[in-house]
Design a protein around this ligand. Sequence first.
Ligand SMILES: [Zn+2]
Length: 413
Amino acid sequence: MDQDLTVIRAGHLLDVEAGEMLEDRAVIVRGERIEAVVPFGDGVPSAATTIDLSGHTVLPGLIDCHAHLIGEPESGHGYAVLVTRTAAQEAFSGVRNARATITAGFTTVRDVGTFRALVDCALRDAIEAGDVEGPRMLCAGAYVTCSGGGGDVTGLAPDVDAVVPIDLRFGVANSVDEVRRRVRAILHGGADFIKVIATGAVLTEGTVPGAPEFSEAEIRAAVEEASLYGTFVAAHAHGAEGIKRAVRAGVRSIEHGSLMDDEAIEMMAAAGTYLVADVYFGDWIEEEGTRAGWSKDVLRKNRETTDAQRQGFAKAVKAGVKLAYGTDSGGYPHAWVGKQFAYQVRHGQTPLEAIQTATTNAADLLGWADRVGAVKPGLFADLIAVPGDPTQDVALLESVPFVMKGGRVVKQT
Ligand SMILES: [Zn+2]
């Protein structure tokens, strides 16, 4: 008996790369990684641990490419409220959010920003050390944003505004040179990639989603600096002009993309720029915001972007734009991170295509295709299982009873 070996019997195994459902397979896990995938009973070694998922469909652990694990869910009254919270409080919210995320079946996230700079990197490191339960994280560290822009703390009285601590404004930059400087500081601080706020935002008071907030030269400076460190830029961009500037500047992904026009879609398809569109979140803002009495401004901006984003998403599917699953979870409770699959299917994708956005495509976007995103030899044994066929009913991914990360069972109910 091999003590280091775990055998998982998968009644059905979704090969996300080939788009095929395989029947009765054994996934052989050695330590943290997958060693082999073979037909069950085909010379399967006797292992210290065997896990019987013969009544389930096994697929790769899911990946959210637009998560915010740090801090509390959206309050709907702007980000001035952030000055009432310490960095430590934000971090411990992150501990809770990380657990909720992995429990929901998401074993990897690209964390696209925190106002309290670099708290995400600390959470990533604590998870990696085994001190905190959570997904693998690729972290943005902070928001590169203009003063008063979508990633700044807005809405404060001027005298308070003047004394906001540096770690709430770590990425604020107002020229090409300042962008270079802040990008370097963020990467030196431990971030894995750079998040640029290229247009206004729905949730940031006083900003306009359609309005560009950086010049093309400023975004290009971020891309150039990031590439010197071997990494990439993700650009928050709602408006078409901001999207086009970001695509021309060479960013790796457009986040939200709510107000893109046909030309922007063509440019993204031609350049191979990923679209990461949070097509569920708008419904949560509408429901929760109306219930809880959020600012009218936020609700108006949400209504102006939600349907437009979904129509644009459907067009992007048709145009062959690269798509990756990204939810803005953290805006809403992390346990619901799987709800977006059904929305993507409603807006032009097959269930398999939607699953691929959160597995193969997501791994490619992160540059982690050699680590995660498929069930095959050499990759981390990050697996989930659901009782049924998610390529028929993608809503099965909203409630995942079995989660394994790196060969360790995180959840089995
Ligand atoms: Zn976001």
